[in-house]
Write a protein that binds this ligand. Sequence first.
Ligand SMILES: Nc1ncnc2c1ncn2[C@@H]1O[C@H](COP(=O)(O)OP(=O)(O)OP(=O)(O)O)[C@@H](O)[C@H]1O
Ligand SMILES: [Mg+2]
Length: 363
Amino acid sequence: MADVVLEHITKNFGSVTAVRDFNLTVHDGEFTVLVGPSGCGKTTTLRIVAGLEEQSSGSVYIGGRKVDDLSPKDRNIAMVFQNYALYPHMNVFDNMAFGLRLRHTPPDEIRRRVNEAAEILGITPFLKRLPRELSGGQRQRVALGRAIVRRPAVFLMDEPLSNLDAKLRTQMRMELLKLYQRLGSTVIYVTHDQVEAMTMGTRIVVMKDGEIQQVAPPQELYDHPANMFVAGFIGSPPMNFLPARLRQDGGRVVAAGDGFQVTLPPEKAALCNAADVVVGVRPEHIVVDDGSVPLSVDGTFEAVVDVVEPLGHEVYLHLAVGGHTVTARVGPAGIRKPGESVRVAFDINAVHAFHPDTGVAYF
Ligand SMILES: Nc1ncnc2c1ncn2[C@@H]1O[C@H](COP(=O)(O)OP(=O)(O)OP(=O)(O)O)[C@@H](O)[C@H]1O
Ligand SMILES: [Mg+2]
């Protein structure tokens, strides 16, 4: 059993509250990702679980045991940092063996564990090399190897891939996932990269200013963001936000704003308890008339193409709608020229609405 429970964790650094009333249960074998902008408290939270930082209040439990009074080495965790300083004068084998030697693990056992970890990570041919004789990705694997040989119940990883270039990052992301599937350990993984969070996490914890905004599996976070912060943070290009006012139109409820309107499904409109809302629509839910599917005149409106970004497999159209700019994601056939007028509509089943002051999602 290696579930991790954080109970009402708060951490103050002088007058700065880095983490505020943080409550989370990470289940045994779960890959949980903490994600949020710089300074939101991710590293601090991880360091508190590791025992490298003492919380101001609250408790941490690992495997059902309260660990607040245990030193890092007694918590059965291993941490992989962004700056995984390897010992430059030690070869790969010795770098991986170092922690085990400190713990007086018998030499045979050390050899067995290091060789096994090296095999898993594909670095067996490099065991005799010094860190400077390795590529960035290989060094990263050695850093992971140092954690794996410890056989911890819980892996704590703080942006372990952020030193790598984009291609290597994607590759290591996959390798880390394979490793996780093979080891079945509990992982708490910190990143500020929402793509990393979406692709790796079984559950994602979105943080802002030291507070949890939402905890959910990736798809649920994407489909049902709890507030505008999460809605804008997860997804690229980000969700478009447009202020609107609800009005009754015959038997229907229409959200209308500067230069656009969208009819809301009645059961969703009923969730809004005020006339002013912020409408949220993801780029793929903006339908641009390309002549192939006739848009019903009802619910469409005029937009002017401002900037065009062709990406090969898709195109981002930045459109002027009233006084706003919105981004639409269309297929390669939907490419337009700047200055063109287009008819567009929002997919009524996929729009979101938020409270204009609190940002909390109505739907
Ligand atoms: N030792 C410290 N003393 C004072 N303030 C600190 C200390 N460590 C962190 N903080 C503050 O606590 C807040 C959270 O910091 P933390 O390092 O946890 O953020 P983070 O989410 O990991 O950010 P990043 O993505 O930039 O790594 C920040 O405002 C930071 O300045
Ligand atoms: Mg950090």
